[in-house]
Write a protein that binds this ligand. Sequence first.
Ligand code: 5GP
Length: 209
Amino acid sequence: MSKGVLAVVSGFSGAGKGTVMKRLMEKYHNYALSVSVTTRNPREGEKHGREYFFHTNSEVEEMIRNDQLLEYARYVDHYYGTPRSYVEDRLNEGKDVILEIEIQGAMQIKKKVPEAVLIFITPPSMEELKNRLVGRGSEKPEVIESRLKRASEEAEGIDKYDYLLVNDQVEDCVDALHEIILSEHLRTQRNCELINRIRQESRIFMKGE
Ligand code: 5GP
């Protein structure tokens, strides 16, 4: 069985990534969404083990020391990180694994896993981004300010990603993301066995003529 594709999805806080991920999981069935660890407090309705594994600073620092995180970063005063074993196990099972992470983590993945595909999702405008962040009502004004500031820093790194998706219509964005990942499966670099078989068969065919 061939290994799954590792897809990194980043985007400004408020870009609607969460909705896109939820819909992708509902609509298509070969995906595993990695659940990160974080030291931030749960938002209303968030559940330990579903949106995040909520941990203390010292617990996350222990995971870092034990090399249990594939990548990690500080984002607006908190740790966020990807548990290594879940990702590796699902990829080995042939699942396509999605990491919904910020840019520092994405750059660590790009270095460690060069075959990963990096996708950046942006809202149609920054005005729309602010409306979404304020409309969510879950963050204090100073946290919204920090997140908007962080968004403008992250905008500087968009060109380090392989693909850029504008999240205007969720359904279109979900389908485009799915198609990008399907295309990754067809890369020649991922299909060495098939290439060897084609070469072998073509040699046999030529000799038989
Ligand atoms: P939020 O607090 O809004 O859930 O997430 C804040 C930011 O942290 C988002 O940009 C999200 O993509 C990112 N994030 C979530 N999990 C991880 C992770 O495991 N690693 C990194 N580097 N960023 C993460």
